[in-house]
Design a binder for this molecule. Structure first.
Ligand SMILES: Nc1ncnc2c1ncn2[C@@H]1O[C@H](COP(=O)(O)OP(=O)(O)OP(=O)(O)O)[C@@H](O)[C@H]1O
Length: 575
């Protein structure tokens, strides 16, 4: 990814690492060159004079190492922010683009949480990889010099550091296992944190005395996470003790071997002195290789989670076909449509057949959980039917590009968004049709909100993000009117309103239904509602029970039929 993002920075980074390695080799060789005259006999000034060129080389190599290090840091700082943004954006986009049905798949949210950790760790990866690479190059060069001095030294040093490496990798695995075991709890804790602290639900939490309960659960979850983390401490201690002991034994052996070589005259004193420096340098480089190698390994575990999630999300992106829905939308037809949510034991929509024609207002009614909202998701292609077909102008939604369907849809869902944006964007949803405000005011008028918007400090420019960046706040019903104006502004061929007036006063509700009637001739309109009086505007009423259509017809027919519709209507009037 770094290569794709900034090639020059990557090349600079690699070049700096190579320079560092070469400089380390030069530094050691020059040190050996300087030691010989310095440790020889004669006047100190003569000895220093003889050693001067080698000493200058040592100073030059050291300076080069520092300069290369600084440049490498600069290069990695150029890569890191872009890399983090690229992975973060890839993750957000992947989640936005999956089939909506994926959200209901078991474990999807936990895998997403694991992937978030990968994104957070991306910036660490660059630093770790850079340090690992530079330590590796230093190790190879210093080790090479050391091997030239005496072949026995390098294997001994390797043995001294290897246990620490194995220990670091094992510890990284333990950390990752704990992280994985804690994912679900951390996910829930994060959600509880939001639900407990967001001002949105502050009234409900306080007035219903839920604070202590929420804090109790928050603390319990945190303690459970801590318990798992603490339970791993003895394991990591054992790993650290064993690896330190083994490494220490081999390190003592290395120094003993060097002392033995020098004492028995097998290596000259000058070479032995250089070997001390080379051992120190190699040892430092080896330790860095081990520490940073383990860090790269640790981070790669999280990055694998991220990659796995991105791959999974890619497979869950809609793969329906390239066909476009033709305009105008004359007919939407459902044939024996069935849909079952993952993990449920019966379908939410079960063998529904229905035809909707342009100019019609269709009302969908039924008790809670009877499948009304699910049916609207199938009609709009948010979900694809497990069995049966949904066609728009004859085109099966399973083979149609969903973007072309959603261009022609306006939806007011039961739980609608209160966007922390200006009033204007709340109406246009960031997709203005023109840059004059005429159509925006039209949509605002259609829901009877002109006076309220004009009363706001900056009219359409007023920010409605009180909790985040300030601005004004609307009442619940006003927000709902705005959600309706958002759908109306789109002038969609298919308009779906799911409980659109549940928070509105009778004036607002009347206004919305007048508007629905006024614009109905040009589109298919679907209204889901529990206020059965409102279904009088419908040309056709569909009654759902346990996912099936059990009654349908006009208002008066259904009242006379004395079935579920009549029963629900009678109950709503019985006060
Ligand atoms: N995202 C989901 N995951 C799993 N099951 C779901 C999901 N959404 C709805 N269901 C289930 O599907 C069934 C139908 O739900 P749906 O929301 O379509 O009912 P509804 O008729 O719109 O209800 P209401 O009148 O309460 O809005 C219910 O049993 C519900 O539990």
């Amino acid at each position: 990814m770094s290569w794709d993002i900034d090639r020059r920075a990557v090349l600079l980074l690699v070049a700096c690492q190579l320079v560092t390695g070469v400089a380390a080799a030069v530094l050691l060789t020059a040190t050996a060159g300087a030691m010989r005259p310095i440790l020889a006999g004669g006047a100190i000034t003569d000895r220093l004079h003889q050693a001067l060129p080698a000493l200058l080389l040592v100073a030059g190599a050291a300076a080069l190492t520092r300069a290369a290090g600084a440049l490498a840091t600069y290069a990695s700082r150029r890569i890191t922010p872009k890399l983090t943004t690229a992975t973060d954006t890839a993750l957000v986009e992947a989640v936005c683009r999956v089939e909506a049905a994926a959200y209901a798949v078991d474990g999807f949210a936990d895998r997403q949480e694991a992937a978030e950790m990968g994104v957070l760790r991306t910036h660490v990866m660059v630093t770790d990889a850079q340090r690992f690479m530079s330590a590796l190059i230093r190790m190879v060069t210093a080790g090479g010099v050391l091997s030239v001095l005496n072949v026995l030294m390098l294997p001994l040093l390797l043995l001294a550091v290897l246990p620490a490496g194995i220990g670091a990798v094992l510890t990284a695995r333990v950390d990752y296992e704990i992280h994985y075991a804690n994912i679900a709890d951390r996910n829930v804790r994060g959600m509880m944190r939001w639900w407990s602290t967001t001002p949105k639900y502050g009234d409900e939490v306080r007035a219903n005395g839920m604070t202590d309960y929420l804090l109790y659960w928050y603390r319990s979850l945190s303690q459970r996470v801590d318990r798992r983390t603490l339970a791993a401490a003895p394991r990591t201690l054992r790993i650290a003790l064993v690896s330190s002991f083994t490494g220490g034994v081999f390190l003592v052996a290395t120094w003993a071997a060097l002392a033995w070589l020098a004492v028995t005259g097998r290596v000259a004193l000058a070479i032995a002195a250089t070997a001390v420096v080379a051992v120190q340098t190699t040892l430092a480089a080896l330790s860095q290789v081990i520490v940073n190698g383990a860090a790269v390994f640790h981070t790669s575990l999280y990055l694998s989670d991220m990659q796995a999630f991105l791959d999974d999300a890619g497979e869950r992106a809609p793969q329906r076909g390239e066909l476009a829905v033709s305009a105008p939308v004359e007919e939407i037809r459902l044939t024996e449509v069935t849909y079952q949510y993952p993990g449920k034991d019966r379908p939410a929509v079960d063998g529904v057949s229905l035809t909707l024609r342009r100019g019609e207002i269709v009302a969908i009614v039924g008790v809670n959980g009877s499948g009304k909202s699910t049916l609207t998701r199938l009609i709009t292609g948010i979900y694809l039917a497990d069995n049966g077909r949904v066609t728009w102008n004859g085109a099966d939604l399973a083979t149609v590009d969903p973007a072309t369907v959603w261009q022609r849809t306006g939806l007011v869902p039961q739980i609608f968004a209160q966007w922390p944006l200006r009033v204007r964007e709340n109406v246009t949803l960031g997709q203005p049709r023109t840059y004059d405000d005429g159509p925006v005011w039209e949509a605002v008028d259609a829901v009877g909100m002109r006076e309220a918007v004009e009363d706001l400090p900056h009219g359409l420019d007023t920010l409605l993000a009180r909790e985040v960046f300030g601005g004004a706040e609307l009442s619940g019903g006003q927000w709902q009117r705005l959600a309706c104006s958002r759908a109306l502004y789109r002038r969609p061929p298919l308009l779906i309103l799911d409980e659109p007036t549940s928070q509105m006063d009778p004036r607002g509700e009347h206004r919305i239904f007048e508007e629905i009637k006024a614009i109905a001739s040009d589109r298919i309109t679907i209204v889901v509602t529990h206020r059965l009086e409102n279904t009088k505007v419908a040309d056709h009423i569909v009654v759902m029970e346990r996912g099936r259509i059990t009654e349908q017809g006009r208002y008066d027919d259904l009242v006379r039929a004395d079935g579920t519709f009549a029963e629900l209507l009678a109950l709503s009037q019985d006060r």
